[in-house]
Design a protein around this ligand. Structure first.
Ligand SMILES: [Zn+2]
Length: 122
């Protein structure tokens, strides 16, 4: 049964992105919504939405960070919400999950690759 799409065939870049997003939403919810040991309904919705976007990410393992991505796949309100989460949790991630945070910063320095849809499918 395919539960969350994070199976062994998934690219490490995407798996890491999922973990990064999870931590960021958790930090944000805990501090801003006083969620205890879980996400509130709103944050859970945002997280689920983010995971669904990752499932459909056209770049797969070449995925740039969302900030640099030329494909704006988030709905406007979800995008605004995620921006808040990133602004709040980004610096805090450095303390609680330094390795993931630093890798995310390194990913951020990479330029977005050409849009794969305009290249020959593999
Ligand atoms: Zn929340």
């Amino acid at each position: 049964m395919n539960t969350d799409g994070a199976g062994s065939r998934e690219k490490p870049r995407i798996t890491r992105e999922r973990r990064t997003v999870r931590y960021m939403v958790e930090i944000y919810c805990r501090d801003q919504h006083h969620g205890r040991g879980g996400l509130c309904e709103q944050c859970d919705g945002l997280f689920t939405y983010a995971m669904a976007r990752l499932d459909h990410c056209v770049f797969k393992d070449d995925k740039p960070t969302c900030k640099k991505c030329p494909v704006h796949c988030y709905k406007k309100d979800m995008r605004a919400e995620m921006r808040q989460v990133m602004i709040y949790s980004g610096p805090r991630m450095l303390l609680s999950h330094p390795v993931l945070a630093i890798r995310h910063l390194l990913d951020e320095r990479k330029e977005a690759p050409p849009h794969p849809a305009r290249q020959t499918a593999q």
